[in-house]
Write a protein that binds this ligand. Structure first.
Ligand SMILES: [Zn+2]
Length: 196
């Protein structure tokens, strides 16, 4: 099972009431052009393109770097959607939140997992951010990590950072931050290579 990547261009930030309507009815209007962040006009998703819709009132584009609150918001206030060309709406692509999909993929994963150098020996992760001592200590002491894994070499998390959900050597979720917003979400499971 390969990790599933969701790039920034496939993140849809919906206002709270619009997201609630999506979760309840399975569909919502597509409020172009305010839907996509950063605030740039974007064309409608292509037919069949799966996007991750986020409840903007819970999981804002500009993360406050308050984990695990922010990571829980992304996991729970989210739905997978596609663009329904015939009506110009967003429709649910599947039931459940990102957390449900992560749980299902981890439950279904069999055989050898693909490896990712989350934490290679040069001290930086595969996005180029530097592994923090706090993350290393927490991961080694508790065998798990739910929060900040690495920050940009300049030391400013808003510039660049990686947040992770690690259970032992298994990575369930990676969230890459760039310029204070989510640049990419990677859904596991994959084997996280640990620094020794
Ligand atoms: Zn930087």
């Amino acid at each position: 099972m390969e990790p599933l990547q969701i790039p920034q261009s496939h993140l849809a930030y919906l206002e709270g009431p619009v997201f609630a309507s999506l979760a309840k009815t399975g569909r919502c209007s597509w409020p172009w052009p305010t839907l996509w962040r950063p605030d740039q006009p974007r064309e409608a998703p292509k037919p069949g393109e799966i996007c991750l819709a986020l409840d903007e009132s819970q999981a804002d584009y500009f993360l406050e770097f308050d984990t695990p609150r922010d990571m829980n918001a992304i996991l729970d206030a989210s739905r997978f959607v596609y663009y329904l060309e015939s009506t110009g709406e967003l429709a649910l692509a599947r039931e459940g939140s990102l957390r449900d999909v992560v749980a299902m993929r981890c439950h279904d994963a069999t055989g050898v997992l693909s490896e990712r150098a989350c934490v290679p020996t040069d001290g930086s992760d595969h996005f180029g951010n530097c592994y923090t001592d706090a993350a290393r200590d927490a991961w080694q002491a508790e065998g798990r990590l739910f929060g900040q894994l690495a920050v940009c070499g300049c030391g400013e998390p808003g510039c660049g950072a990686t947040y992770a959900w690690l259970e032992g050597e298994r990575c369930r979720l990676l969230v890459e931050i760039s310029a204070a917003g989510i640049a990419r979400i990677e859904i596991g499971p994959f084997a996280a290579v640990r620094r020794r």
